[in-house]
Design a protein around this ligand. Structure first.
Ligand code: NAP
Length: 332
């Protein structure tokens, strides 16, 4: 496993990290969740990503149990705040009240005194940015989070956040956007701004939720047990990529992957890691074998010719519009 700096900070993270959205506390049972975390640790992953909202807070609790007994200094634990964790109007968003209450819940469930990275899971247009940033500054000062990050913020929102963070004396070091060969909307604005500001990308869904493994075939039903058949929520999220136009082109990538001795999943993870602004690619897994396969993308260098072939094949279906980066206009 190779390690990279998290943005311009001194913190090192594994360039492939493990995340538990949709899986822990939902799609997979506790023992399968623990087996995936075990596989991640065995393969050298030290960076783990979760969120208060995942599986109605159960995902953090599963991860906390799965990591129990590990040397805390050998782990980087990331979590997030914004999406609803309860029914009340203050159980969501980035108000000082919710941020303070949510970090305490996360630390309890994760069984740790601090998280390495605390991330604003979206931008909250109903809270002054100054209020949010002051709350983050206080959390960092209290030692409950070491660094602050954001997720799916637009370039100008990241710039405003970084400016305030500098004034308040803490580091806003990362952005967590969706990024894959099929979803390239950060390339035009978010990446150049972040490069300038010393903010790194911790990218999610690098294999487009399983679509870039090639296991979803055009004109065929999704394989049993896959996310597309997960009625607890997964099926809705992966739907956007399940169009024959996309699935046919993904099949055309197979000879490109074979040519460099990689599986399609490994090619997809390696592809996001070619971007020097990416600090880590967060992979998800419903089975330990998936972790073992996908981590082999660490350290892979793809040639300009391979990158050109990928652009040629997926170009017509890859989403690139920077206007698609964004957060709900009102809190959910
Ligand atoms: N900030 C945000 O808003 C946000 C949003 C989404 C995700 N995230 C983070 O990013 C993490 C990863 O997201 P993701 O789960 O969408 O990532 P992903 O790595 O693109 O997709 C993971 C899923 O693909 C399938 N898969 C993985 N490897 C495979 C292989 N080798 N062969 C066949 N199928 C394979 C598995 O699903 P099945 O086996 O069920 O098909 C697995 O759960 C999340 O856990 C979370 O930490 C953040």
């Amino acid at each position: 496993m190779n390690f990279r700096h998290l943005g311009g900070s001194g913190l090192m993270v594994s360039e492939i990290s493990y995340g538990n959205w949709l899986t822990h506390g939902s799609q997979v049972e506790e023992d399968a969740a623990h087996a995936c975390v075990r596989a991640a640790l065995d393969e050298g992953i030290t960076t783990f990503d979760t969120a208060d909202v995942y599986a109605g807070t159960r995902a953090e609790a599963v991860l906390g149990r799965a990591l129990e007994g590990q040397r805390r200094e050998g782990l980087e634990i990331f979590t997030k705040v914004y999406w609803p964790t309860g029914k009340g109007p203050n159980d969501r968003g980035l108000s000082r009240k919710h941020i303070m209450e949510s970090i305490h819940g996360s630390l309890k469930r994760l069984k740790t005194d601090y998280v390495d990275l605390y991330q604003a899971h979206r931008y909250d247009y109903e809270t002054p940015l100054e209020e949010t940033m002051q709350a983050f500054a206080d959390i960092v000062r209290q030692g409950k989070a070491l660094y602050i990050g954001v997720s799916e913020w637009k370039a100008e929102e990241i710039r405003a956040g970084v400016t305030l963070a500098r004034q308040l004396g803490f580091q806003l070091v990362s952005s967590q956007p969706q990024y894959s060969m099929l979803w390239r909307i950060i390339e035009a604005q978010v990446v150049p701004t972040c490069q300038e500001l010393g903010v790194g990308q911790v990218v999610y869904s690098p294999i487009a939720q399983g679509v870039l493994t090639g296991k979803y075939r055009p004109g065929q039903a999704p394989p049993p047990g896959s996310r597309a058949t997960d009625e607890k929520g997964g099926a809705d999220f992966v739907q956007r990529f399940l169009r024959d136009e996309i699935l046919e082109r993904v099949q055309q990538l197979k000879p490109v992957a074979d040519g460099v001795g990689l599986s399609l999943a490994q090619l997809a993870v390696a592809w996001v890691l070619q971007n020097p602004n990416v600090s880590s690619a967060i992979i998800g897994a419903s089975r330990p074998e998936q972790v073992k396969e996908n981590v082999k993308a660490s350290g892979v260098k793809l040639s300009a010719e391979v990158l050109r072939r990928i652009d040629e094949i997926l170009g017509p279906v890859a989403e690139r519009d920077p206007a698609r980066t964004g957060s709900p206009p009102k809190r959910p």
